[in-house]
Design a binder for this molecule. Structure first.
Ligand SMILES: [Zn+2]
Ligand SMILES: [Zn+2]
Length: 450
């Protein structure tokens, strides 16, 4: 829809924009963008009422589906990927075709649509995003069009390139002519070839237009709400094949927001992206050129980082034992006293003191062995002297930490281990298998693998 910018400038200037005022019985009609309401709600409503009275001719049905795909492509391959994102270049005949069928999709001029869409990418999920999903699913789908928006609130977007594009300018200046011709007149005339002008207007014109509108609106709503986030989860865009199915391939929206100038939305061969297929077909026949594509290396980097972030989240939920620098330090004599005189079941391994009280009865190697280690330095015994404990055993042991020994050479081992420790995205140390602080490689020959 064309914007109704500055239509309210004659109203008292000091008042806040209507969108900032609450709905009342007196002002509700001022909240509605009536031009958009007419094209998005009222006309489709007439169409559905008309369908009750006008029978559906099979040729008209076929043409409606065919024209649905064409006008849909006008938005996805034209408005979106060609003009809003300049992800490829089109020859003049292709530009004219896309501008024409795009007008037939009843979604405003290329210039208006692209300006809003560039702001959407730049300010995703913020107040400056014209269709921010943070304002609710219904708002991101339809509300943003039907309700007036403060043009000053919507983020700035550069459209200098579009202002130099003759096709874009012509279509913008002659939008009402373009939309009525391409959305309603043209399909009616085509269906007139088999004597069904009225059916053409109702089915291939109005109802088809309504479906294209609703499908495209799903990119702003559903694609920001439903699906996976394989590349970045800091914002709302999501990948989902269902959204892709209704939007001619625009459903891989998490990818699209990460790599917006890529002419593809789906990057896997099995994903549904007919818009991409058409663009590459146009390239084959010489209608499109300079198709932009991000390097696979960059795409994989994003994917790996997101996987890493998810992994960090899972790791953070696990008990890896109290960090060593948060444990109380005790001398060797204090350690021995705690066990011998105070009767605590403490075992020192690699300079770390563990309380094994609750574990003695569960020790797979039996009570006797673990009890014999109490009050001693069990580093060698634990690391192969008697039994070369498993990775899982080292992990479990770390959860029993209660203190660290000072003064011993072994303290230096874990100090070094802590410094060298790889940190996750939250700054927490990553304990890799085989790299726990209690894992000590004994001098050759001292290990007895049981
Ligand atoms: Zn988006
Ligand atoms: Zn986009």
């Amino acid at each position: 829809m064309p914007s109704t910018r500055a239509s309210a400038t004659t109203v008292e200037k000091k008042r806040p924009h209507i969108s900032a005022q609450p709905f009342t019985w007196d002002n509700w009609h001022q909240h509605i963008n009536w031009l958009n309401f007419f094209f998005v709600i009222l006309i489709p409503l007439y169409g559905f009422i008309g369908a009750y009275f006008v029978p559906l001719h099979p040729y008209t049905a076929l043409f409606a589906v065919f024209y649905y795909f064409n006008t849909g492509l006008g938005i996805t391959a034209g408005y979106h990927r060609l003009w809003a994102h300049t992800s490829y270049k089109a020859t003049r005949p292709l530009q004219l075709y896309l501008a024409a069928v795009g007008a037939g999709a009843v979604q405003g001029s290329i210039r208006w649509w692209s300006r809003g869409h560039r702001a959407h990418h730049r300010y995703t999920d913020t107040d400056k995003d014209p269709y921010s999903v943070k304002k609710g699913l219904a708002y991101s789908h339809l509300g943003w069009m039907i309700l007036k928006q403060d043009p000053k609130r919507i983020g700035r977007a550069d459209v200098v390139d579009l202002d130099q594009d003759a096709v874009v300018i012509w279509q913008h200046q002659n939008y009402l002519l373009s939309v009525t011709t391409m959305a309603f007149l043209f399909p009616a005339l085509v269906c007139g070839l088999w004597g069904d002008m009225l059916g053409g207007l109702v089915y291939a014109g109005i109802i088809r237009g309504c479906f294209v509108q609703q499908a495209t609106f799903c990119i702003n709503s559903l694609a920001h709400w439903l699906g996976d986030q394989p590349f970045d989860d800091r914002n709302s865009p999501r990948d989902n094949w269902i959204t892709a199915l209704v939007t001619l391939g625009e459903g891989y929206h998490n990818y699209h927001h990460e790599f917006p100038s890529d002419y593809r939305n789906a990057i896997e061969w099995y994903q549904y992206d007919p818009t991409k297929w058409m663009i590459s077909l146009w390239k084959q026949v010489g209608l499109a050129y300079d198709l932009k594509q991000f390097r696979q290396n960059e795409i994989e980097k994003g994917r790996v980082q997101q996987q890493q972030k998810k992994l960090d989240g899972r790791r953070a939920k696990l008990d890896w034992g109290t960090p060593l620098d948060q444990l109380p330090a005790l001398s060797w004599d204090e350690y021995v006293t705690e066990t011998k005189q105070n009767g605590k079941a403490l075992v020192a391994i690699a300079g770390v003191v563990h309380d094994v009280t609750d574990f003695i009865k569960d020790h797979p190697g039996g009570k006797a062995l673990i009890s014999s280690a109490i009050g001693k330095d069990a580093t060698a015994i634990f690391n192969g002297g008697v039994y070369d404990h498993s990775n899982a055993a080292h992990n479990l042991l770390s959860t029993m930490r209660v203190g660290v020994l000072t003064g011993g050479g072994e303290v230096e081992i874990w100090k070094n281990a802590m410094v060298d420790m790889v940190k996750d995205s939250a700054g927490k140390g990553i304990v890799r298998a085989g790299n726990q602080v209690t894992q000590v490689v004994l001098p050759h020959g001292s290990a007895v693998v049981a």
